[in-house]
Design a protein around this ligand. Sequence first.
Ligand SMILES: *[C@@H]1O[C@H](CO)[C@@H](O)[C@H](O)[C@H]1NC(C)=O
Ligand SMILES: *[C@@H]1O[C@H](CO)[C@@H](O)[C@H](O)[C@H]1NC(C)=O
Length: 236
Amino acid sequence: MYGHLALASSVLLAVLTQHANAVDKTRDPSLDTNLATAATQLDRLALLGNDDAWLFDFTAQEPNYNFAPGGVVNMNAATFPAAKGNGMTMAMLNLGPCSMLPPHYHPRASNYVVAIHGNTTTYMYEENGARLVTETLTPGMATIFPQASMHMMVNNGCENAQLVSALNSDDAGTQNIGNVFSNGFPAELVNAAFGQDLASSDVASKMTPVGTGSNWGLSECLKQCGIQANGTYIRF
Ligand SMILES: *[C@@H]1O[C@H](CO)[C@@H](O)[C@H](O)[C@H]1NC(C)=O
Ligand SMILES: *[C@@H]1O[C@H](CO)[C@@H](O)[C@H](O)[C@H]1NC(C)=O
């Protein structure tokens, strides 16, 4: 379904825009406000008076909808006002070959994830003292990341992987864990907390930006698949 040609054509877009969309921007704040304060659902229907207001096209959400390296597209209160007040987010997770979602958590939602394409391994860790839960998701297989659990996932294959994600908040939020090295916490205190020198301005400057939500994975995997980490194909 997602050939290498389609993937290759998305490379340029991804390269051009990879830093462009760190977090969801609220598309229509005044509409969200009016929906939140409307007295009835019929009032909300009137505010969403055009049928277009009820249609969301995941594939049109640029730059996040790509497979090089990939991205997370959220249908939520920010990106789709009709979702406001329904208590849910639906997300499409696109992972190019070897690509991953870095360790992160959602502060306000549990997260159900089902695989549609590809072969993806998930890792989930709920809290101090918990055990690591690992699953491999092939089409039709699903797992759950409870609210605020830390999780990550990686596409094991050289084909694109795609998963659909449901979250029980229309504003689930996402916190990438690597931010602790780049979010302004004093490096010397972070290092004191971790008992070793991990944080520095150099580390902060090299921290993968949130970008579209996905990033390239292991270099051995990329090599096996014939992909350079800048998205250029070595063969195919
Ligand atoms: C998925 O990938 C893993 C890791 O490479 C592999 O062990 C497993 O056999 C794959 N599963 C399927 C159904 O291909
Ligand atoms: C990608 O990286 C390879 C190897 O590092 C390099 O030869 C190539 O020119 C790079 N391509 C782009 C578009 O930056």
